[in-house]
Design a protein around this ligand. Sequence first.
Ligand code: NHR
Ligand code: GAR
Length: 208
Amino acid sequence: MKNVVILISGRGSNMEAIVHACQREGWPGRVAAVIANRPQAAGLGFAQAQGIATAVVDHRSHPSRESFDAELMQVIDAHEPALVVLAGFMRILTPGFTAHYAGRLLNIHPSLLPAFPGLHTHERALEAGCRLAGATVHFVTAELDHGPIVAQAMVPVLPDDDAERLAARVLVLEHQMYPRAVRWFLEDQLRIEGSRVHHVQGHAQLFV
Ligand code: NHR
Ligand code: GAR
């Protein structure tokens, strides 16, 4: 059984989708721990109710990003993860952290990368007049939101959209795409070739 460690900062709905899919579909892996950088992260309650180990590593009790990341790595590595999953995790990680988990660290970002890396993606997509929006699952590298793309999901932008409505439409597909991407990784179906990722059996890496 491969261990997965999921990092969250808040609600944790993507983490829930992954836990449920893992239970329902009988993956060759299990969610061994859910770790939050905020003590109030709502997703911790769900994880505890599922009998999953939880921990808080509070960034506010560290003097630097390096020291926060060092403790985070210790807590993660106690679970010997094959894969670490960022699911609404809101702290930028240091190059030392991303190097330590190179090739086994995934993120979901709520835009069609390489458009709109960073924060406030839905507001920025609306402001830019985009007719298409979505989310991207990618391997994490030192450069923020620039790692190899595993899968993308697209949704239309509708005339009455505000950021909240658009985010909700994107989130529905996030909950389909992220569990699939995690399952592909655990089943060893993904190959990274340079900056590209392909599924060995050619499964569609686009969710519509
Ligand atoms: N770290 C690295 N090195 N590379 C990536 O690709 C990362 C990462 C850490 C997080 C998620 C990302 C997203 O999908 C992610 C990808 C937080 C911020 C941010 O500015 C930006 C991008 C992402 C997550 N965080 C502020 C900070 O100072 C804090 C913001 C807050 O606490 O609300 O760390 O969008
Ligand atoms: C998701 O939409 C995710 O793509 C986004 O935040 C939401 C988290 O929801 N991630 C980021 O913005 C990362 N900076 P969740 O906690 O319910 O999964």
